[in-house]
Design a protein around this ligand. Structure first.
Ligand code: FE2
Ligand code: FE2
Length: 329
C-alpha cells in the first residue's frame, strides 16, 4: 500500500520512450460505439470466420465435411476462442491495476492506467460479439485457467509485466492477428484490427521494461531470466490455431449431425500433425516467426552470450527468429 511519502518521492523510470507510449495511448484511442458499426447482427448460421481459420480446417478430413458442418464447427470454435480471449482481457486488466498500484514511477503508473482502460474496452467489445453470437457457453481449457491463475498469483512488478508481455499479449497477438485476417464479419474484423493495434503498443511497453530490467541484472540473473522464458516459449505449440481437445472437437461435429463424429475428429487430430510440422518448419526457416519469439528477441533474450550460456544457439526456432530479424525490424 502506498504512503503519501512514496507518491511525493516518485521519479520517472528513466526508460527511454516510455513516456511517449502514454501519449500514444491517447492519440490511438478508439471509441467502442463511435468507431465500430454494431448495426449489423450475426445470423445464426453465419460462420463469422473464413473457411481456413478454425482448428483442423487445413486437414483433408475437415475439408471433406459438408458445408453446414464446417460452418457450425467454425462458428463454435470462434465463440470458444473469443470466450478464452475475453477471460485473458480480464486477467490483463487485473495485472494493469496491480502494476499501477505497485510501481513507484509515474510514467509506468500512467501507462498501466491507460492500458487498463484498453483492456476494459477489449473485454466489453468481445462481450458484445459473444452476445451477438448467442452460442452456448464453452468451458475454458484447464491449462489456460491454470496459467491465468499463475499470473494472478504474481506479486512483483517485473514478473507481472514479463508475464503480461510474453504470455498474455505476445501469445494472444498470434491469435488476434489471425482473427483480423480471416474474419468475414465486418464487426469482428474491425474490433480485432483495433485491439491488435492496442496490443502491439502494450507489448512495446513490456519490451522496453524488460530490456531495462535485464540491463540492471548481473549476468547470472540474466541467464536465469532468459532461460526461464525461452524454455517456456520454445516448447509452445507453433500452430496457426490452437488445437482443441478430442472431446470438444467430437462434440462440435456431433452437434452438426455429422455421422461418425468421433472417428472423424480422431482423424482430424492425427492429420493436424502434418500442419503443425509445417508451421514448425516455417518458424525454423524464419518465414513465420511466432510473436512470443519476436518479443523475446526484441527484449534482448536472444543475445549471443545468453544463448551460449543456455546452449540454445543451435535451436532451430532460435535460428529462425534471428534469421528473420533483419527483415522484421
Ligand atoms: Fe487486451
Ligand atoms: Fe494488452
Amino acid at each position: 500500500m502506498s504512503k503519501t511519502f512514496d507518491l511525493l518521492n516518485m521519479r520517472p523510470s528513466g526508460i527511454p520512450n516510455m513516456e511517449g507510449l502514454f501519449g500514444k495511448a491517447h492519440s490511438h484511442n478508439w471509441d467502442i460505439d463511435r468507431d465500430v458499426d454494431w448495426s449489423r447482427g450475426i445470423q445464426p448460421d453465419d460462420p463469422v470466420m473464413g473457411p481456413r481459420w478454425a482448428p483442423y480446417s487445413l486437414t483433408p478430413t475437415f475439408r471433406k465435411l459438408p458445408l453446414r458442418a464446417r460452418n457450425h464447427f467454425t462458428r463454435r470454435s470462434f465463440s470458444f476462442t473469443l470466450n478464452s480471449l475475453r477471460l485473458g482481457e480480464a486477467v490483463a486488466e487485473e495485472v494493469c491495476f496491480r502494476v499501477g498500484l505497485k510501481s513507484r514511477h509515474p510514467d509506468q503508473k500512467s501507462h498501466a492506467a491507460a492500458q487498463a482502460m484498453d483492456e476494459a474496452r477489449h473485454y466489453t467489445a468481445y462481450s458484445r460479439i459473444l452476445e451477438m453470437l448467442n452460442e452456448q457457453p464453452e468451458e475454458i481449457e484447464k491449462h489456460t485457467r491454470t496459467t491465468f491463475d499463475t499470473v494472478l498469483a504474481l506479486d512483483s512488478v517485473h514478473d507481472l509485466i514479463a508475464w503480461e508481455m510474453f504470455y498474455l499479449e505476445s501469445l494472444a497477438t498470434n491469435v488476434l492477428r489471425l482473427i483480423g485476417q480471416h474474419a468475414r464479419h465486418p464487426v469482428v474484423k474491425r474490433v480485432f484490427r483495433l485491439s491488435t493495434r492496442d496490443e502491439s503498443r502494450h507489448m512495446g511497453f513490456g519490451i522496453l521494461y524488460v530490456q531495462d530490467w535485464l540491463g540492471r541484472c548481473n549476468f547470472d540473473e540474466q541467464v536465469e531470466f532468459a532461460g526461464t522464458w525461452l524454455n517456456q516459449i520454445l516448447t509452445l505449440s507453433f500452430g496457426q490455431q490452437d488445437p482443441t481437445s478430442l472431446n470438444r472437437t467430437t462434440r462440435w461435429l456431433y452437434e452438426a449431425d455429422v455421422a461418425n463424429s468421433l472417428e472423424l475428429a480422431t482423424a482430424m487430430l492425427r492429420e493436424q500433425q502434418v500442419v503443425l510440422q509445417r508451421d514448425f518448419e516455417d518458424a525454423a526457416a524464419g518465414t513465420r516467426v511466432p510473436q512470443e519469439l519476436k518479443s523475446a528477441r526484441r527484449a534482448g533474450l536472444l543475445r549471443p552470450d545468453l544463448l551460449e550460456a543456455l546452449r540454445l544457439q543451435a535451436h532451430p526456432l532460435v535460428r529462425g527468429a534471428l534469421a528473420a530479424s533483419e527483415k522484421d525490424d
